[in-house]
Structure formats: C-alpha cells, structure tokens
Design a protein around this ligand. Sequence first.
Ligand code: HAM
Length: 445
Amino acid sequence: MSAVRPQARKRLLRVPNFRAAVRFERPRGTNDYGPEEMARRRSVEGILRQTAERFGFREVSTPTFEHLDLFTTKSGPGIVEELYAFRDKAARDLALRPEFTASIVRFYLSDLRNLPKPVKVYSVGNVFRYEEPQKGKYREFTQFNAEIIGAPSLQGDAEIIALAVECLRGVGVREVHTRIGHIGMLRSFLRIPPDDQAKVLHWLDKKDFGALRTELARLGLENLEEPLKEYVDLHGGPEVLDEGARVIKGVGTEGFDYLKALAKRLKAYSIENVMFDLGVVRGLDYYTGMVFEIDSPNLGTAKQVMGGGAYTLAELFGGDAVPQTGFAFGLDRIVLAAKAEDVALPMSRLDCYVIPIGDALQESGLEVLVKLRRGGIFADIDLLGRGPSKNLDYANSIGARFAVLVGEAETKKGVVAVKDLDSGDQKELTLTALIDLIPRSKQGR
Ligand code: HAM
C-alpha cells in the first residue's frame, strides 16, 4: 500500500497544462556522443587499456565524488577554483572529482599499499572542472590515468613516460611533441612558503607574465622576474639543461643530472631525442620532480593531450614517503588529435545484416539471425518489414560488412546469399561457411 495521502496523491497526479513543449539543452561544457563518435572513443580507450595492461598496469576504480578537502589539500589554486563542490543532505562537503591522482593516493594509503610494490594502476572515467568551454576543453571530460607508486624514481619515471609514448603510438597519433621538465629545480629556486610558491607557479604555468610580475612584487621578489621568464622559455636538447643550471645558479644541478640519466634510460626504451622544456610547470600543485606533457599542435589552444610527472601526495595525506609518478591523457583530446591526423581507428562493426526476402521468410530469417549471433557474429535483422533494396541501403548506412539475404530458393538449398557490402560481390554460402569467414567468430572458441 502506498503511504501517500489521497489529497497528496491528487496533487502528484495533476498533469501540468503546458502550452509549448519544453526543450532541454545539455549543460554548458558537456557533450552527447552518437554511435560513430562513441565507437571512436571506445576504440581509443581500448587501445590505451590494452597498452597499459601490456605494461603490467592493472585497472582500479574510485568514486566519482570525494570529500572536498581531498582536492583542496594539495591540488593548487587552479583546480580548487574549478571544482564542482556541493553539500549533501547530511551536510558533508563533497566535490565531483577533477582528476584521479588524489583519489588513487587516498586509495593507496587505505588499501593498495598492502599490495607488493611497485603498485602500477590505471583508471578511465569522467572528471569535472568548471572551466570556460571551448573546442577540446569541457566541464565534463574523460581521463585515462596511470600511476606507479613505490618504484625508485628513475625507473618509475622512465616506465611512466614510456607508457604514455606507447599509448599514442598504439592509437597512431604521430604529430606530437613530448616535453620533459623538472619542477623540483624551480621549487628550489623559489625558496618561498608553499602557498606563495603555488601562486607563482600558477602564473608561470599559465604563462601570464603580467600576473607573475604583480605576484612577485607582492612578495618583494621583483629580481626573480627576469631569470624566471628566461628559465621557463628554455626548451630543446640536453644543452638546455646546462643553460637552465646557469640561469638559476645556486640551486645545484641535481634535477638536471636526473633528467640526463632519465634520457639515457629512455633511450634503452627506444625513446630517442627527448625534448626538454624547463617551462613545463603543470597546473596541479603536488608535483615535486620530473614533469612532462604531450601536445598535439593540430588542436589549437587546447592542445595538451597528456600531462603528468612525479609527485608527493602520500606524505601530505599522512602516509610514508614513497616515490609516486603518473600521468593522465585527456581522452577527448586524443580522439580529436586522431581525427585531425585522419588516423584510421579500428572500429567495431556489424558483421551481418539479415534480410528476409518477403513475409514468408521472416521465420527463416530469424533462425539465421539466432545462429549467427550464437556463433559469435555481430548480427542484426530488419525489424520494419522493408523491401530488399531499402534494406540494403539501411545495411550500408549502418556500416554493416555483409548483407545476408534469406530467400526461398536459397533456404531450400540450405544456403544464404551473402553480399559483401564493401566490394559488392555476392555468393551463396552455408551458415557454417559464413561464420568461418568472419574472424570475430573464432575469438571465443
Ligand atoms: P592535467 O594536466 O590537469 O593532469 O590533466 C590531464 C589531461 O586532461 C590534460 O593534459 C588534458 O589532455 C586533459 N584535460 C584537462 N582539462 C581538460 C578539459 N577541461 N577538457 C578536456 N580535457 C582536459 C592531471 O589531471 C593529473 N592528475 C595527471 C597526473 C596523474 N599526474 C600524475 N598522475
């Protein structure tokens, strides 16, 4: 029995008398994806997942929302301003995740640290940032995130960079620039309290030199403006590292020596000609060592397809010191980069579209359909009772590989007429022969 009182029930049932239908639009900065786009996205995601698993990473999943302070603790001013934060019915302050790293470290400290080291994990999912939307920059987007926790820095950093490079190779995106820097050197140069450091680094990351000047003036550090500008402009081969040491002299060369050793290790991974960029500052505040980014110059302003580096969140979250390194790809941006380069992505495709010729063959058509589906074939059938030529148009429009025509004469002979929709060739085949023709059917055997 419903607990709704009769009077209230009446109110619930009252249908508003709308004159005009209400048209809803999706919220700003979000996207709908149709079947073609979704197939492209799943194709890219599948390649990234497979590549990570080939590298020994295993998938983990964390909540879409977390306690607000997980993200305000050390993500930096950029991210905090962009949070989708809300209070739940029990007055808990929560936020939609703007990224994965903080959640993964929280999960590491509560559970994953009991796993044998190194912990190599990846995750895929939607993240949320209140940013000004433009092409490739959304308020809800998808990240492919990978982290290594507990491997010595050099080994972990090289492995994580190698994974990022291999992911893009796998997708087939070639026109990219990988740039590696070291935020630790910049932090050592800026010997100021962490909150002030975060602000200076924020403006350096945005390359907003006007705001940088104001910030430095506020801190009484005007003398740092020129060396900082010169430093973040340094990019190129290994010679850049010696230049960097010259510009920010007095802080030693430890980070630069580290990057040289990293380049040597990457060479052993067949990653040659590493490009250094001392202007890689990163928008998040937790990085402490090597930092790296990959751009696709074809994408205009939102060209960064990946960002990552070495960080120290575990200590800040009350855990012990352990090397942490990782990256996240913007999945939306890799898909755009692949499109810009006309990359032919492996797409899932309907194998067979079954067309019964006339009403009398509807049941035979369904029999064929069921056998194909049970044989592991992706198969569909006409549901509208259209004629053969309209059905062939439909099969072509959904990108089916073969049209399987079920006619009276063929049924008597125990065959079907199979039309190859790519070449236009047609031949008669038994169902067993048709199933054997399609590679997919062999996968599950
Ligand atoms: P991030 O650079 O903030 O790093 O984001 C990673 C990637 O997400 C970017 O390189 C970009 O491709 C994509 N992205 C960022 N904002 C948007 C947006 N508004 N719309 C579409 N795509 C976007 C992180 O999130 C770190 N957690 C990466 C990391 C993992 N570092 C260590 N481990």
